[in-house]
Design a protein around this ligand. Structure first.
Ligand code: SF4
Length: 159
């Protein structure tokens, strides 16, 4: 496929965290299906493009839990934050890879909006985990999508 070519889609599309749609993509092998999300998609007549940045990056499911040791997703992209697995391994490179793959799917499908899972180190929109504390911040994928001028909301914005 030519680099500038996109798929033809009918109707309005939106990237959606796969776990919110009921796919068992989370680090613990579970889903986080949200009826609010499904109702919103139906109400707004949106076609969801399911994405899981961590699976797109090639990570296994289940996988180690990841949290920020310093900064958030914006800081990781800027080279001054650190996302680590529960075993202390740096996850910066693989999380950036997942973010880039997700952005490429947005480009291919013509998506300018994303509805992502709050609190995740990839998908968080308003909050992430810094160690065991929930703090204001964004995940790595959300940060890259925002930097690319996509509108990014979480399931909590639907309430
Ligand atoms: S990376 Fe995002 S889509 Fe994948 S399981 Fe985590 S929150 Fe869900």
């Amino acid at each position: 496929m030519d680099k500038e070519e996109t798929f033809k889609t009918s109707g309005k599309t939106i990237l959606v965290s796969a776990c919110l749609l009921g796919l068992p993509t989370r680090y613990d092998g579970k889903a986080k299906r949200s009826q609010d999300v499904l109702d919103y998609l139906q109400r707004e007549k949106l076609t969801p493009i399911p994405v899981c940045p961590e699976q797109l990056a090639g990570m296994t499911t289940p996988r180690d839990k990841t949290f920020f040791q310093s900064g958030d997703g914006r800081a990781v992209l800027a080279g001054n934050g650190e996302a680590v697995s529960e075993n202390g391994r740096s996850m910066n490179a693989i999380f950036c890879r997942g973010a880039k793959m997700t952005l490429e799917i947005a480009r291919l499908s013509g998506c300018r909006r994303a509805l992502l899972k709050e609190g995740s180190p990839s998908c968080g929109v308003h909050r992430v985990y810094l160690g065991e504390d929930k703090v204001a911040g964004v995940g790595v994928t959300s940060a890259l999508l925002m930097n690319s001028d996509l509108e990014v909301i979480s399931e909590e914005d639907l309430k």
